[in-house]
Design a protein around this ligand. Structure first.
Ligand SMILES: Cc1cc2nc3c(=O)[nH]c(=O)nc-3n(C[C@H](O)[C@H](O)[C@H](O)COP(=O)(O)O)c2cc1C
Length: 183
């Protein structure tokens, strides 16, 4: 089946009619995918969210600087967030266990890559796909944070990669929902 046989397009405003955002980002997690059909890479993201940024529907995610997916996002300036039904969770989490920079995880994972009509890569098994174009990559300064918990979180990545986390904002260009999940 091709992309449009599998997914219906919905407006960003309607995501909440179908899903609980806190569950999506906090329990389901999601695959962040960038690249093109010949070479793409995914990692798992958690937390972050969706809302309005400069009045536009926007997603935001936090990345450690060394993620290969982040490098591809910068190169292509576009990416997808893909959310999966529970039955695919193990496979999806596999994408968060090793870097695609020095592994063949995209060939090993038992998920089926598919290109959206705009050319972005995602997976046939997704229940929800959010396509984004890159708006901003910004590095939060720990001195701008007031709660100890948030400072610690931002600081934590510094120990491993000698840099703070990146906050990535993406303009939502398309939202797709699996036809079976459509109400
Ligand atoms: C449940 C889960 C959530 C994760 N959330 C994030 C996240 O929000 N930001 C991040 O930078 N890494 C996160 N990771 C780690 C990356 O997914 C992981 O390091 C991945 O292998 C990076 O792949 P890449 O280098 O191919 O991009 C998470 C991993 C798991 C298992």
């Amino acid at each position: 089946m091709n992309f449009e046989q599998l997914f219906n397009q919905i407006s960003p405003d309607d995501i909440c009619d179908h899903f609980n955002i806190f569950e999506l980002v906090g329990k389901d997690f999601y695959a962040i995918t960038a690249g093109n059909k010949d070479h793409y890479n995914s990692m798992i993201g958690s937390g972050g969210g969706f809302g309005l940024f400069f009045k536009k529907p926007t997603t935001w995610c936090l990345f450690r600087k060394d993620r290969y997916t982040l490098e591809l996002i910068q190169k292509e300036q576009a990416y997808t967030l893909s959310f999966f039904p529970n039955e695919y969770k193990e496979q999806m989490l596999f994408l968060g266990r090793k870097s695609g920079r020095d592994s063949k995880k995209m060939k090993e994972v038992q998920l089926t890559g598919i290109q959206s009509p705009s050319g972005n890569m995602t997976f046939k098994e997704s229940k929800l796909i959010i396509e984004c174009t890159l708006t901003a990559i910004t590095t939060p300064n720990p001195n701008d944070f007031y709660s100890q918990e948030s400072k610690d979180y931002i600081d934590e990545a510094y120990k491993d990669v000698n840099d703070y986390r990146s906050l990535v904002f993406g303009l939502i260009t398309h939202v797709w929902i699996k036809k079976d999940n459509d109400k």
